[in-house]
Design a protein around this ligand. Structure first.
Ligand SMILES: Cc1cc2nc3c(=O)[nH]c(=O)nc-3n(C[C@H](O)[C@H](O)[C@H](O)COP(=O)(O)OP(=O)(O)OC[C@H]3O[C@@H](n4cnc5c(N)ncnc54)[C@H](O)[C@@H]3O)c2cc1C
Length: 504
């Protein structure tokens, strides 16, 4: 196959890039269709400084505060400065944001870490699905985009002198070579590398792993945000019980005790990383953690949480009558492929956007609802830059193709072990000895894998790089917590330090 622009991934980032690249010819990979993305699952909303009295400066200040002395000021200004344009783009694509009942303009919600209401919703708590639906429909109707639903990217062709395309695997079948002048990685996050996650099946870091293999610059790999309240059940991914439930009065208990009172003066409303760590610690004491939302679900207020209610009911749980079991779970990756504000990576011909990329916006901790914004802003910027620039000459570098590759069976024991190990040592609380031991185990396991196990080998290599970054970061900062280095090292403050530590 042959295309001018190859976009790998069809969430908010990939779709925004593909749509903005018109009239360039785009091949868009969307394995398993439009619903297989984190964008589809995003329940909350998208942040933008559009309210009265709000400004780019205020939104940027909140973002940098959450980033724990590690956010990039210039990237934060650039991304939040483009928020209004991103909302316009979504509306032009057919999105309808929920309107305010008593006046013009969108209904704006207040979320943890934001100093004023600035989170836009669509279809109540189904904002991500509304974005996904609008952008995917637009892509399907665009003559310059060919959507391909059965190709899973497994390897990049080329390296420091330029990326020339990929090898992909067709639904368990043969490998396919795609030649492209420019390749955009928009493959989403890494949550599936962990046994407990809210991320969908394809969010296993494949794009990041391929970029790592091609020696693109990466940063912040150790920074993973954990959600404190996923519903503890047999599903994969775990359904998320929104934090707004605690905002509305739901309380966490373990062994009958409201433990958050003893952890932080803000109790159940403490920041996400603090609550996730406390849940993890209770679980490691052998206590089942429960979320008591009976007062909410036993009243009219249940109508504000249809997705949470549905998730409980499907599991045979009645949250109006009894507390429901919850666990912390891997949720969002702050690290990724280093890019410019236009999505350019360190390799010619390779671009990245969305959760797979690292802009420095989130620093060591993401502010709620900033990730959909980042995905749309950077995706759109990359698309526009691709449209404007002269395309590289296509080279048919077929010897780089991978001929032997097998699909990964989700039940495969080596994959399950990798996910369990990552959850054990790279979860909300980490320690040097555990990380060092895990690194040895994974390196040994990778050596035993077959050449055709390319997907699993790359996921092992990515997991090793994340563990090595966590081991090198001998401090606690944002979502990265080391029990053996429980304070922040002020000498590592600043956006550049996320890159420097990884390089070391
Ligand atoms: C449950 C949940 C709730 C969230 N809530 C919010 C929220 O309220 N607000 C907010 O801002 N953020 C939220 N987030 C985070 C946000 O949804 C993501 O960061 C964002 O959607 C990422 O967009 P993306 O386009 O980068 O990736 P995705 O939307 O995940 O899209 C990735 C695409 O890449 C494809 N892909 C992956 N690997 C391959 C491969 N090897 N070959 C080909 N294609 C591949 C996938 O199939 C998919 O099409 C939430 C995340 C989750 C999981």
């Amino acid at each position: 196959m042959d295309t001018e622009i190859l976009v790998i991934g069809a969430g908010a980032a990939g779709l925004s890039a593909a749509l903005n690249a018109a009239p360039r010819r785009v091949l868009l990979l969307a394995p398993e269709g439009p619903e297989a993305s984190s964008t589809e699952l995003a329940k909350g909303g998208i942040a933008a400084p559009v309210g009265q009295g709000d400004s780019v400066a205020l939104h940027a200040a909140d973002t940098l505060r959450a980033a724990d002395h590690s956010g990039s000021e210039s990237m934060t200004d650039a991304i939040i400065g483009a928020a209004v344009e991103a909302i316009d783009f979504l509306e032009r694509a057919g999105m309808r944001f929920d309107a305010c009942g008593d006046g013009p303009g969108p209904d704006l919600h207040l979320e943890a870490g934001h100093s004023m209401p600035r989170v836009l919703h669509a279809d109540g708590d189904r904002t991500g699905a509304a974005i996904q639906k609008a952008l995917f429909a637009q892509a399907g109707a665009s003559a310059h985009i060919t959507v391909c639903r059965d190709l899973h990217a497994i390897a990049l062709h080329g390296g420091s002198d330029g990326v020339t395309g990929i090898t992909a695997l067709r639904n368990g079948g043969p490998t396919v070579v795609i030649h492209a002048a420019e390749t955009v990685l928009a493959t989403g996050g890494v949550g599936q590398l962990f046994a407990a996650t809210t991320n969908p099946r394809h969010a296993a870091g494949d794009g990041l792993a391929m970029a790592l293999g091609a020696r693109a610059d990466v940063a912040g790999l150790e920074f993973v945000q954990f959600h404190p309240t996923a519903l503890q059940c047999g599903l994969d991914p775990l359904p998320l019980l929104t934090e707004a439930l605690r905002g509305a009065g739901a309380r966490l208990t373990a062994n009958g005790v409201r433990f958050m009172r003893n952890v932080d003066p803000r109790g159940d409303l403490a920041p996400r990383d603090i609550v996730a760590r406390a849940v993890w610690e209770e679980q490691h004491r052998g206590h089942a953690v429960l979320l008591d939302a009976t007062a909410i679900f036993g009243s009219e207020r249940r109508h504000g949480f249809p997705a949470a209610l549905a998730a409980c009911v499907v599991q045979g749980l009645d949250p109006a009558h009894a507390p429901v079991p919850v666990t912390c779970a891997a949720h969002f990756h702050m690290g990724g492929i280093v890019i410019t504000a236009e999505g350019r990576t360190s390799l010619p011909g390779l671009w990245a956007a969305g959760e797979a990329a690292f802009t420095g916006l989130h620093g060591a901790n993401r502010l709620a609802s900033n990730s959909l914004l980042e995905a749309v802003v950077i995706g759109a910027a990359a698309g526009k830059a691709l449209r404007a620039q002269k395309l590289r000459a296509r080279t048919r570098n077929a010897h780089a193709a991978v001929h032997q590759a097998a699909p990964l069976d989700p039940g495969r024991i080596e994959w399950r072990r990798l996910r369990e190990l990552m959850w054990t040592v790279m979860g909300p609380v980490r320690s040097g000895p555990d990380l060092a031991a895990a690194l040895g185990i994974l390196r040994g396991a990778r050596r035993r894998l077959d050449a055709a196990d390319i997907i699993l080998r790359q996921r092992h290599a990515l997991a090793e790089a994340m563990i090595a970054a966590a081991l090198a970061r001998e401090e606690s900062r944002g979502a990265h917590w080391r029990s053996d280095f429980a304070v922040r090292n002020r000498r590592l403050d600043g956006a550049g330090a996320l890159r420097a530590t990884h390089a070391a």
